[in-house]
Structures are given as C-alpha cells and as structure tokens.
Design a protein around this ligand. Structure first.
Ligand SMILES: [Fe+2]
Length: 213
C-alpha cells in the first residue's frame, strides 16, 4: 500500500465513527410489560378503528388522550398535526397540516380506562409533560415523509419486526418491542419505515418538556 491509499483508509474510518452517534435516540429508565401492552392493543382494536389522519396512506392513529370532553379533537388531521417537509428537488421546506396545542390533550379517553394503557399513561405522564398520546400504525412495506415535528416523541414499541427502522438525520435505529421506552429527537429531520410484512405498532406521545443537547 502506498502512502496515498493509506491516507484514504484512515479518512474513511474517521467518517464512520462520526456517523454512529445515537444521541437522538435516548432509552429511558422505565420499562413496561410487553405482553400486557400487546394485550391492551388487541383489546382496543376490537372496538376502535385507526384514523388515517385525513387520508394518509399506510398510516393509522388511535388517540388515547383528547381535549377534555371533546371527541372531535382526535379525528382527521388532528390525529396527525403540523410537520415540515422538503417535498421536491428544490429542497425548500414547507409546512403541512394544522398546528395543535398539545398541552390541551390532557384527558385520557374514558373508553380505554380499563386497559393497561391507563397504567402506562399514569406512569409516563407523571414523569414527562405530555401532549397527545397515540397508538400509531405503520403498515408493511411503507414509509413516512422526510419531515421534522415540533417536539420530541416518546416511543413504546408494541409490535415490530427487524425491518422497522427510524432514521434521524443520517442515523438509523431499530427499537425492539421489549417493554422499553425511548425518546427520539423528532425536531431533526427523520423518517420511519416498516420493511417487514406485518404491521408496526408503537405507542407514541408528544413530549413537551424534554431537551436534547
Ligand atoms: Fe415524525
């Protein structure tokens, strides 16, 4: 190996080390019972259908919290909420959907009070200031847009497969469905895809008081 090619190998190593920074995926010091989470999910889908967020393909949401006494606050685009994306070759950023005052979503929906999700909600809402808490569906072989959100998100994977990855900036990570809790930096550009052949189901909460450094 001559001197020049030696130099290239060293540069590549440095670049790889820089990419593998998982700071935007922070595992929290809480765990839940994954079997109870899966059972609670099976319970709610016997009576409740996923909302498609106003016509978004391969996406579904069931809100677990709402504005007190207001069933309309969890339907259509309110099941989704504002985000910013770069939809075309210009790279220009545009906003989509409607702004939501997350702090108003303080009521756990009474229909789900007899499920394990109530216990989960009580624990996470005692530790973090939360906005909407939703069960999100990502269908097989599908992706979201490349986008950023107004705030970080708390994830509890309920059903997943190895082909489900979240990508933040240039870093991709699989979050296993083992009862663990993650907070992800959704204020950076990100995406999530399900490359498997089964639905991906996560509990996802907007977190209003979590700062990434
Ligand atoms: Fe997002």
């Amino acid at each position: 190996m001559d001197a020049d090619s030696n130099k290239i190998v060293k540069l590549n190593l440095k670049r790889d080390q820089k990419i593998l920074d998982f700071n935007d995926f922070q595992k929290q010091n809480i765990t839940f019972d994954i079997l109870k989470l899966q059972e609670a999910y099976r319970q709610i889908i016997t009576t409740k259908k996923f909302d498609d967020g106003g016509g978004i393909s391969h996406f579904g949401a069931i809100c677990l919290t709402r504005k007190p006494g207001d069933p309309e606050s969890v339907k259509g685009s309110k099941a989704r909420g504002i985000y910013w994306t770069k939809p075309d070759k210009s790279g220009a950023e545009v906003s989509r959907d409607i702004k939501i005052d997350e702090s108003e979503y303080s009521e756990f929906i009474p229909d789900y009070e007899n499920t394990y999700f109530k216990e989960v909600f009580d624990v996470i809402s005692s530790k973090y200031k939360l906005g909407r808490v939703r069960i999100l569906l990502k269908e097989p072989r599908s992706t979201l847009s490349w986008h950023r959100d107004p705030e970080p998100r708390l994830h509890i994977p309920i059903i997943t497969n190895p082909g489900c990855l979240m990508v933040i900036d240039n870093v991709a990570k699989h979050m296993p469905a083992d009862g663990s809790v993650w907070i992800t930096n959704n204020t950076k550009y990100h995406n999530a895809f399900n490359g498997g052949e089964e639905n991906r189901i996560h509990l996802v909460a907007c977190v209003l008081d979590y700062k990434f450094n």
